[in-house]
Design a protein around this ligand. Structure first.
Ligand code: MN3
Length: 202
């Protein structure tokens, strides 16, 4: 069965107050994300992956040795990444649940330290990719960065929060200022309730 482009969980202009424009979401969701869906569907058609879950495809094609498998990985992992990304954001003005705040304090020393490390990972990712807050298989929280479409599923980790640092994610609103985009993401865009829910379900 073919994968579908999910609707955004909010209106295209819902994040404007949080610093992400309607134009960014129109390009990023309606065009970039859709292209991953369309290309991914085309590439898996008639292959062993045609009726597999996104998760199985991502784990099964990560670091594969053929160009065809790499193409499937790139598109299906980016499809999955963006499905998570929209859910991880929301209209601004919502507080971090206190349990999550306590967990971040225990893991990183303080919420500010967590933010510093997350931003440093995103800034330090050379070229296209993502930075993540993950829960590893031993239950610890850590911050990682990945290139291109690679994501925490590839390493058996649970994605709690991820930020897209491909230029298409920030060039309309922040031009070349990736650090400002990352700071704004954490301060004004993250849906912390979604992060807390992912942690509770991990
Ligand atoms: Mn993107």
């Amino acid at each position: 069965m073919a994968f579908e482009l999910p609707n955004l969980p909010y209106a295209h202009d819902a994040l404007v107050d949080g610093g992400m424009s309607k134009e960014t979401l129109e390009y990023h969701h309606d065009l970039h994300h859709k292209a991953y869906v369309d290309n991914g569907n085309k590439l898996i058609e008639g292959t062993e992956w045609a009726d597999k879950s996104m998760e199985d495809i991502i784990k099964g094609t990560y670091n594969a040795s053929t160009v065809a498998q790499n193409g499937i990985f790139n598109n299906i992992s980016q499809l999955w990444n963006h499905n998570q990304f929209w859910e991880m954001m929301g209209p601004s003005g919502r507080d971090m649940p206190s349990e999550l705040e306590a967990t971040l304090r225990d893991s990183f020393g303080s919420v500010d330290k967590f933010k510093e490390e997350f931003i440093a990972a995103g800034v330090g990712q050379f070229g296209s990719g993502w930075c993540w807050l993950v829960r590893d298989d031993e239950g610890g929280l850590k911050i990682t960065k990945t290139e291109n479409g690679v994501n925490p599923l590839c390493f058996g980790q649970t994605a709690l929060l991820g930020c897209d640092v491909w230029e298409h994610s920030y060039y309309i609103d922040f031009r070349n200022k990736r650090p400002a985009y990352l700071t704004n993401f954490l301060d004004n865009l993250v849906n912390w309730e979604n992060v807390a829910m992912r942690l509770a379900n991990a």
